[in-house]
Design a binder for this molecule. Sequence first.
Ligand code: MN
Length: 300
Amino acid sequence: MKQDTKKIEAIIAPPPAHMVGDGFRVHSFFPGHELIDKKRMSPFFLMDYGSKIEFTPSEEPRGVGVHPHRGFETVTIAYHGRIAHHDSAGHSGIIGEGDIQWMTAASGLLHKEYHEKEFSKQGGLFQMVQLWVNLPAKYKMTSPKYQEITNASIGKYQLPDNNGVVEVIAGEYKNPATPEQVTPGAASTFTPMHVYNVKLKKEASVQLTFPADYNTGLLVVEGNVTINGQLALADHFVLFKNEGNTIDITAGEEAILLVLSGEPINEPIAQYGPFLMNKWEELEQAFTDVNSGKFGVLED
Ligand code: MN
């Protein structure tokens, strides 16, 4: 291994799945894992992974009804199936394979998340990820915001020899072979981070480089890969140590990886249900504000 290799801390198998509403069967990789507490992957606070599942046709779209959020962003990444979203800030949208919805709840909103109507009627394969990205205290009470990021709008770095592509959702990507070429990410973020979907052909290789202090991990969404010499299978999460910079990846078969790397937010965390703040009193205030209608109105 090279001197600056970013070593693997653990390869984590998917925890038992549970349902969120009746539409999202997810493995909650973090927080709550013994190796990944509420800060270990900061600014990424939560990762729910909906591994592949076949939904039967349903006239009534499955999903999660109206609920509030405050203090962070929800980022939904679709791999199979289609998801519809509505919120009390007036945003709505539908995302499908390869698309991303980046919703900044910030000071607070109500939203609902469902399988898209036509997808629901037909049924079919469904696979997605939802991340909760924390906001620093100074941005927690800013206005809600919504970025619908279609696959076509995502910056893509084509790997040499038609070996695959790095889709840059946020941050930027530079290949060591062509360091002058910077591929910028599609999403605007409040703190520095890199989020990629890396799509590799069988036996293709890619090298990723991140600052040593950035919290870094990746989910094997499809296929399997060898990372710095270690095999990681589909549906597993690879957590990296906060030392070294370089990650060498080779696909054993055609693979998709969701890569996360971000500068930690070093602030206290107070979390309860759908609220992610710094202090307990701010959670109490969130409840008060929801109950007094400050998060707006959204019909179920
Ligand atoms: Mn939600």
